[in-house]
Ligand binder design. Structure first.
Ligand SMILES: [Zn+2]
Ligand SMILES: [Zn+2]
Length: 342
């Protein structure tokens, strides 16, 4: 099978082509797994964190990719409930222990043995992949393969972030950073909180314009000051300046939710500008988002189908995965990037 393989971690600036197109043997499903013929796989910012070593793969070489849509090609001998040909998806959550206190109370995203697709097990930048059947999702029929892929991570974690803000209809929401997840959150807000206004902080004018087209009442740079204080802000940027600036723009009692698996160190000194009175006092809160649970993914997939959410897509061929990653790194973002495998 064709696969894009990562051999070693390193800065993308120094190694702009980290993935190599290779011909590998097709994997076999273990007794509890499904073999999936991959149709498309979304490209996520977390792949940059894996490649550059901020959340390094636990196995190398590895096939990245955790927003996988395809069809069941083979069943492990202990799997039931699936048939060859079923259309399915695999998300960031590859497996968890199932028995710790977090798993037992539904917070499996916090499990110490959380294994991530494309980081701790081979992912979807390939023609075939395997995944535990218990962690595989059915894709609603109203979504095409390409549309469904970014919903599996960008959408699901956006949904989790939005839940964690505790937003109520009519309260305004800020989004700092405007990639795949943020634009999906904006679409969700339109349906779930029709009386809430969305304010967007984005570095490029292209992203700001795009957000206004999707209904943002205001869009500016991360250091700009919006006309209103904001009840909640979701940060999806990889850096620190937007965190400090977001805290400045929060209303009293407001909450900043940081949806990022890792932050880069390039502007960490910006944190020294943190002023208790201006940025934190008045009971402002900061909460991070870690991983996703199966509930987040399946609830969001159903919601997306119900609400008729269709992400904006930029498509690449599998052999152009490096180009997609470099475009993402340089901020050339319009909607969600998806690799076409088949
Ligand atoms: Zn992701
Ligand atoms: Zn656990």
């Amino acid at each position: 099978m064709k696969a894009m393989l990562l051999h070693k971690v390193g800065a993308l600036a120094e190694h702009p082509d980290p993935l190599e197109l290779m011909d590998l043997a097709r994997p076999s499903p273990k007794h509890d797994e499904l073999l999936i013929q991959v149709s498309v796989c979304g490209v996520c910012h977390t792949e940059l964190d894996e490649i550059e070593g901020r959340t390094p793969p636990s196995i190398l070489p590895i096939i990245l990719g955790h927003q996988i849509v395809g069809h069941v090609a083979e069943l492990g001998n202990q799997v039931s409930g699936f048939t060859v040909g079923d259309r399915v998806g695999v998300a960031w959550i590859f497996s968890t222990c199932g028995s710790c206190e977090y798993c037992l109370k539904g917070d499996e995203n916090l499990c110490a043995n959380f294994r991530a697709t494309g980081r701790d097990a081979h992912g979807g930048y390939a023609e075939f992949t395997t995944a535990p059947a218990d962690f595989v999702f059915r894709i609603p029929t109203s979504l095409t393969d390409v549309e469904a892929a970014p919903l599996l991570c960008a959408g699901a974690i956006g949904y989790r972030s939005l839940r964690l803000t505790g937003l109520r209809d009519g309260q305004n929401l800020g989004l700092t950073g405007y990639g795949a997840s943020a634009h999906l959150v904006q679409k969700m807000v339109k349906s779930l909180y029709p009386n809430s206004d969305v304010y967007v902080f984005a570095r490029s004018e292209k992203e700001q314009k795009f957000s206004r087209e999707l209904g943002a009442v205001w869009a500016g740079d991360t250091s700009d000051t919006p006309p209103e204080k904001l009840q909640s802000i979701i940060d999806t940027t990889p850096v620190w300046k937007p965190v400090v600036e977001a805290l400045r723009n929060l209303a009293p009692g407001g909450r900043l939710v940081i949806n990022a698996i890792r932050k880069e160190a390039i502007d960490k000194d910006y944190l020294l500008r943190l002023d208790y009175e201006e940025h934190l006092w008045q009971e402002k809160e900061i909460k991070s988002v870690a991983n996703v649970s199966r509930r987040d993914v399946s609830e969001f997939l159903n919601l997306a189908a119900e609400m008729n959410i269709h992400p904006e897509i930029q498509e690449y061929r599998i052999q152009d995965a490096n180009e997609a990653l470099n475009d993402m790194k340089s901020g050339n973002i319009k909607g969600a990037k998806v690799l076409r495998i088949l």
